[in-house]
Design a protein around this ligand. Structure first.
Ligand code: URA
Length: 476
């Protein structure tokens, strides 16, 4: 038996060098015990690990390296052995990674999925608190990741909070951004992390103002925001009391809706942030949503806060397709809740369409932007990004089976028809897509927001409402 120690928990290079040496010396996986370097393991390794010629090497598929680099960040103690077993088998079975039912392949994919999910949770649930004033101000967050993801997650915070000095403290590693680069130091205990908190009240006020009791689904909420994260979220201290109060608040909202025709539309703009919760109940849509949460089909996920999936009833007769989430949608995790969403709500109402009865989604499900100081400037998605994301639209379509799809703007039309489709030439009439599906093309609501001239705004708004009115025939 060979005892092999790698240098530290996430040292991929160290694992790779040792795995290569073992494989080249034909030492099979069941004769190797992997461990992380400690005194005793080191002694065993020094005496037993075979040496190899430095110029001897072999190649494995880049896809394996990519999986292994993420899998090694999983806290599972068996990961080094699993990866070596895969490496060993890949040498004689180069297509192994495509064997979706192979136990080792499934295990490595599960490790990777858990790491990526944890990274996504870290992006969503880190809460910075401000310490110091003026040029000495620093934003500090305490976070407890499930896996060893601090280094992997850090570039997101570098891009997102480039203008601030920040530190993220965790029990494994701490990340410190100085405005140019991130430095990593050893982990610390929670008691060593600073705890005074001027920003917590702001988070709590924000959260309670957007909490919507009528849309409360505790199981879904806990799935997206598992309880283990609550202790470090300032707003979490409100959750129990808001849940307890939800039934009473819902009744108040129902009573209010009876006397206020705009209320239904207005409350759509509210959202529980970062829970991914929707008001549909379908398993299949929720499975799609879960899968889309870790979509890496293009690069846009890297800078976005989260995937913004569609929402609405499982069997909505009408599906509205926008371009991509904006800044507000990226944070709330819901489509059309920002300024374009308010314009859309108004026009739908004027057209006689109940937004709660239609399914609303986007052609591209991650926010694309360039940072400009503290602002994130919207960028139009390009053709490869639209194409990479189209699978989700197709799967939403297959799941919801609407009678009519409404494409809002050029990007949506490109997604719906699978090719560049001009709005001016195609708006104003219903188009057959297939025997069971019709489509309508109109402008994007943000086009109306951008028009500088009030007359043009009014004219275009009327035209937009008149296009949407064509959809009312498909509401039932
Ligand atoms: N614009 C879109 O196309 N979709 C949104 O969800 C928001 C703004």
């Amino acid at each position: 038996m060979k005892y092999v120690a790698i240098d530290h928990e996430t040292d991929f290079e160290s694992w790779r060098n040792r795995a290569r040496a073992l494989a080249l010396n034909a030492i099979p996986p069941d004769e190797v015990i992997w461990t992380v370097r400690t005194g005793t393991a080191e002694i065993f390794e020094e005496s037993l690990l075979p040496t190899i010629e430095s110029d001897v090497t072999f190649r494995v598929a880049p896809a394996f390296i990519e999986l292994a680099q993420d899998a090694i960040l999983n806290r599972s103690p068996g990961r080094f052995a699993l990866l070596y077993r895969l490496l060993w088998r890949l040498r004689s079975q180069p297509g192994l990674l495509e064997a979706a039912t192979d136990a080792d392949v499934m295990s490595v994919q599960k490790l990777v999925k858990d790491v990526r999910r944890d990274e996504h949770k870290m992006h969503a649930f880190v809460r910075f608190r401000e310490f110091g004033k003026g040029k000495d101000a620093r934003f500090i967050a305490w976070f407890e990741p499930t896996h060893y993801i601090v280094e992997k997650a850090a570039p997101f915070f570098e891009r997102r909070f480039a203008d601030f000095l920040w530190s993220i403290l965790t029990p494994d590693r701490c990340a410190h951004w100085d405005g140019h680069k991130t430095m990593f130091t050893e982990g610390i205990t929670k008691s060593a992390a600073p705890s005074s908190d001027p920003l917590e009240d702001i988070w709590r006020t924000y959260y309670s103002s957007i909490f919507n009791p009528a849309r409360l689904k505790i199981a879904a909420m806990q799935k997206e925001m598992p309880k283990k994260y609550w202790r470090n979220l300032p707003e979490a201290s409100l959750i129990n009391s808001l849940i307890a109060d939800a039934a009473r608040q819902s009744q108040t909202m129902i009573d209010r809706e009876a006397s206020s025709p705009r209320a239904a539309v207005q409350h759509r703009a509210s959202a529980v942030p970062m829970t991914g919760q929707t008001n549909h109940s379908s398993e299949s849509l929720s499975r799609l949503r879960d899968e889309a949460a870790s979509c890496r089909a293009c690069h846009l996920w890297k800078d976005a806060t989260q995937t913004v999936f569609g929402e609405g009833p499982q069997h909505a007769p009408i599906m509205l397709v926008g371009e991509q989430p904006g800044d507000k949608e990226d944070i709330a995790g819901k489509p059309f809740v920002g300024p374009a969403g308010q314009m859309l709500d108004r026009a739908l109402e004027d057209a006689g369409i109940d937004r709660t009865k239609v399914y609303v989604t986007n052609a591209v499900k991650h926010f694309k932007f360039v940072p400009r100081g503290k602002i994130r400037l919207h960028q139009k998605p390009n053709a490869p990004e639209i194409k990479a994301c189209r699978q989700w639209y197709e799967r939403e379509l297959a799941s919801v089976k609407p009678k009519l799809v409404v494409a809002l703007g050029a990007t949506a039309a490109q997604c719906v028809f699978g090719k560049i489709t001009q709005i001016g030439k195609n708006r104003g009439h219903v188009i057959d897509v297939s025997e069971s599906l019709k489509a309508l093309v109109t402008v994007h609501p943000s086009y109306l927001l951008r028009l500088p001239d009030e007359d043009a705004k009014l004219r275009e708004y009327r035209q937009f409402v008149s296009d949407l009115k064509l959809a009312t025939a498909y509401q039932k």
